[in-house]
Design a protein around this ligand. Sequence first.
Ligand code: S3P
Ligand code: PEP
Length: 425
Amino acid sequence: MADVLITPAKLQGNVTVPASKSMGHRAVICAGLAQGTSIVEGATLSDDINVTIQGMRAMGAVIRIDDDRLVITGAGGVNPAETSIDCGESGSTLRFLIPLALLGNQRVTFTGRGRLAERPITEYADICRQQGLGWESGGGLPVTVQGRLKSGQFNLRGDVSSQFLSGLLFALPLLPGNSTINITTPLESKGYVDLTLSALAKFGVTTSHCEYREFYIRGGQTYKPRDYTVEGDFSQAAFWLVAGTIGGEVVNCCSLSEASLQGDKVIASLINTAGGSIRFVDGVLTASPTATHGTVIDAADCPDLVPVLAVLASLSKGETRIIRAGRLRIKESDRLASTARELSKLGADIREDGDSLVIQGKPQLDGGEVDSWQDHRIAMALAIASIRCKQPVLIHGAECVKKSYPGFWQDFVSLGGMVNERSMG
Ligand SMILES: O=C(O)C1=C[C@@H](OP(=O)(O)O)[C@@H](O)[C@H](O)C1
Ligand SMILES: C=C(OP(=O)(O)O)C(=O)O
């Protein structure tokens, strides 16, 4: 396990953010389901994308990694052998691939590591029970599924994880009959569903919905191969945009699309509402140093931004409330607890309040010894917090960034961060 010791320093300059993890998963899946060859350009080979690539191979796709190009040849649907798929710590991979495995009528076992074993998958257990399909699990992972999913009417909660909806949206068009998905509680993380719908459309699959409450999926469709470039990731850009805002020097994020459908694009307006200065100029998103103030932030549609928004809030004047953030408890860590506990250790005034975080800003933090909880977004947020600490910050478990951003520490250093790796084991 690697620890990093960060000596507080301002960050400044240009950074090319990695490709969107969410869009990368979707491109690999859609291309793998198509009949023929697609080229997916620019995907970042994080741990999560690698397990999706492996998972789609197990589903029958042939995937060749050619530098930053993926050459993906699908057989038009899925063709799994009896197999086991290791989802690592990726909730997306697990929840996107289970419905696909249920197209093939083979026994497919899903395994995973860390917190993934505890993250909810009961929505799928319920569907399997209702349809008489095989679902063997001692609670959590591993889980073995077998049987053929049937088209028809599905009922899904919208406030556990949007990934269940995305998973069904990938699989149902390949069934012979039509399906409807009824969302029984208000849908959260809507932007991620938009990314799924957009990826489906790009690969030739049509769906429609009525105000995100009912989704209509025509059966008997086929995915069409195509070439696709994965755009930059706003959830990752968020770390650098907060760094530029709190740090005293300009930080520019490249490779982002101004027209992106990514829900986490909202980071720019959230920082600006707090008094910051984030601007898109000629395809570059620029964060200029600004004094910020407390606001109320609704996290229901942008859960992945919360750890770094808590850093911004810890250094903004007055009180910030991050509300409707209950689902953060079922991510790679309980992110309300991990964010509050670790930022407190650095001297922030932050507390959990039910499904909210309440933060009183300070001009500076102290520094100290913190833990990533093996959660990539916690490690990255703590690194950004170090910029405004008086003393060094020692982060345990810093290698976990590779779940989504393998080059994070290199980028941190290239922007002027002062990092020493303390131990490997
Ligand atoms: O569909 C996706 O790519 C994702 C959906 C979100 O999960 P929830 O829908 O569970 O909030 C998000 O937190 C996750 O990082 C990626
Ligand atoms: C929660 C995340 O991803 P996943 O749900 O795919 O594990 C994340 O990247 O923060």
